[in-house]
Design a protein around this ligand. Structure first.
Ligand SMILES: CC(C)(COP(=O)(O)OP(=O)(O)OC[C@H]1O[C@@H](n2cnc3c(N)ncnc32)[C@H](O)[C@@H]1OP(=O)(O)O)[C@@H](O)C(=O)NCCC(=O)NCCS
Length: 170
């Protein structure tokens, strides 16, 4: 468990399923993540996600939590082959917790952990063109804008641009 301010990054546990499902069941979150993130988001979806996270060896997916509940997730996906020193980061927070700097704190914390423990030189993220809040989170956490992947995503009935952000550490 790593604390940042009054919040924590910690391992997901089976008991997190009800609070995670409650927060994840939100179209405003679904619209900004991949379609593999279900909508509606059920208790069974949360249980399956927690099992998946707990199966990761080494651990790469974490709960964003208070003392009383998990209300978001953050993680990274290690790449392979010639991309093996890169990882893609992703995150979401329950809407009542937006606008308090929590995603920025969680991303900074995760970034330190990922670079320190995994021999990575590059962390990156893709942001949909209608999500300036996430672009701002990446900028505040020290990621740089690398470019626009034009019409690279089809989401919620529209084919849109993605912005690519990355942090590189030798
Ligand atoms: C994106 C998300 C993670 C942000 O979390 P958060 O904890 O509210 O983020 P922070 O408070 O750390 O920072 C948000 C920043 O975006 C800014 N912001 C919010 N809405 C904005 C908008 N419409 N346009 C421009 N900036 C905006 C805020 O002002 C803040 O910047 P500031 O500190 O300079 O004022 C959260 O909204 C979320 O979970 N969204 C749905 C899932 C998602 O988008 N995941 C990321 C996919 S790439």
């Amino acid at each position: 468990m790593i604390e940042f301010g009054e919040w924590q990054l910690r391992s997901l546990e089976p008991a997190d399923a009800p609070s995670l499902a409650r927060h994840a069941n939100n179209r405003a979150i679904w619209r900004n993540v991949r379609d593999r993130f279900p909508h509606p988001y059920t208790l069974a979806d949360a249980e399956a996600w927690i099992r998946h996270a707990m199966d990761q060896q080494p651990e790469t997916i974490f709960a964003i939590a208070s003392d009383t509940e998990a209300f978001g997730c953050i993680g990274f996906e290690l790449q392979s082959d010639v991309h093996r020193r890169s990882a893609e980061v992703g995150y979401w927070l329950g809407e009542p917790f937006w606008g308090q700097g929590i995603a920025t704190g969680a991303l900074k914390t995760l970034t330190e952990y990922a670079f320190a423990e995994f021999g990575l030189v590059r962390l990156y993220a893709h942001v949909y063109e209608w999500n300036p809040a996430s672009a701002r989170v990446l900028e505040k956490a020290g990621f740089g804008y690398e470019g626009c992947l034009r019409k690279s995503v089809t989401k919620d009935g529209q084919t849109i641009d993605q912005w690519l952000y990355a942090m590189v550490r030798e």
